[in-house]
Design a protein around this ligand. Structure first.
Ligand SMILES: NC(=O)c1ccc[n+]([C@@H]2O[C@H](COP(=O)([O-])OP(=O)(O)OC[C@H]3O[C@@H](n4cnc5c(N)ncnc54)[C@H](O)[C@@H]3O)[C@@H](O)[C@H]2O)c1
Length: 258
């Protein structure tokens, strides 16, 4: 069993009980980690209440708004961690965004604004959160992000998000190289397709899932819990020699040529 007792873990990207981040938070909690959860604020505070209710059984000791495009929310999040925990051991970056218009049809229709927004939220944010986490990881740490095969191969309709995932995966390597001497490891999990709020914006997502179920060696796609287990492993001392890697948790789909 993996034991993360005494480890402080910040988990971003929980929107609901289908979120991959929710699968990860549950497994980190099971392993004994002390959790901090961030959420996206909306005008009516609905999202804040919904996510708070969902995560309550995991007993998070920090619960904070953190829109990664909002500098003051990023600063307050990490100030709260410094004040309450003193150190951070695990950072889970599990968020992405692209407008629905950009996630179907011709890639050449990608707008300048849509491109820069997708890259800013989905890729740059990892760099920004790592910069904020670095001083709090003086004892070393583990950082995980979530990628998808569309960052290395062309997947219909994934379009600008594929470019964002390619940037994200390269971020992982540059960050791993810089932070390795501080014993901070940075890895990505490339998950197979799962039905979530974000994935439902990708045109034809159900066809993608059915295709994976027919072709993947395990003849199925994966669950949030399986991704959570892999993340827990990568965050633990069992993975102490692993950094800068993209780990496929996709029922083996990535190895198939046809
Ligand atoms: N679902 C899949 O099939 C799949 C496959 C591979 C990788 N992923 C990746 O997993 C990650 C999580 O996505 P998910 O599928 O669980 O969907 P999700 O909709 O449950 O999670 C996406 C999260 O991103 C957050 N987010 C969006 N913009 C943000 C911002 N500006 N600041 C802070 N948070 C913001 C949302 O609030 C939400 O919690 C994403 O990086 C996604 O690309 C998903």
């Amino acid at each position: 069993m993996i034991d993360l007792t005494g480890k402080n873990a910040l988990v971003t990207g929980i929107a609901n009980n289908r979120s991959i981040a929710w699968g990860i938070a549950q497994q980190l909690h099971k392993a004994g980690a002390n959790l901090g959860i961030t959420y996206m604020k909306d005008e009516k505070g609905k999202h804040e209440r919904k996510v708070a209710e969902l995560v309550e059984p995991l007993n998070p000791s920090l619960y904070l708004p953190c829109n990664v495009q909002n500098e003051s929310e990023i600063e307050s999040t990490f100030e709260a961690i410094a004040e309450k925990w003193g150190k951070l051991d695990i950072l889970v970056h599990c968020l992405a965004f692209a407008g629905k218009d950009e996630l179907s049809g011709d890639f050449t229709n990608t707008s300048r604004q849509g491109f820069s927004n997708a890259l800013d939220i989905s890729a740059y944010s990892l760099v920004r959160l790592c910069a904020a986490a670095k001083p709090l990881m003086a004892e070393g740490g583990s950082i995980i992000t979530l990628s998808y095969l569309g960052g290395v191969r062309v997947i219909p309709n994934y379009n600008v998000m594929g470019i964002a995932k390619a940037a994200l995966e390269m971020n992982v390597r540059y960050l791993a190289a810089e932070l390795g001497p501080l014993n901070i490891r940075v890895n990505a999990i490339s998950s197979g397709p799962i039905r979530t709020l974000a994935s439902s914006a990708v045109g034809g997502i159900l066809d993608m899932i059915h295709h994976v179920e027919e072709v993947a060696p395990l003849r199925r796609t994966v669950t949030q819990q399986e991704v959570g287990n892999a993340a827990t492993f990568l965050c633990s001392s069992m993975a102490s020699g692993i950094t800068g890697q993209i780990l496929y948790v996709d029922a083996g789909y990535e190895i198939m040529g046809m």
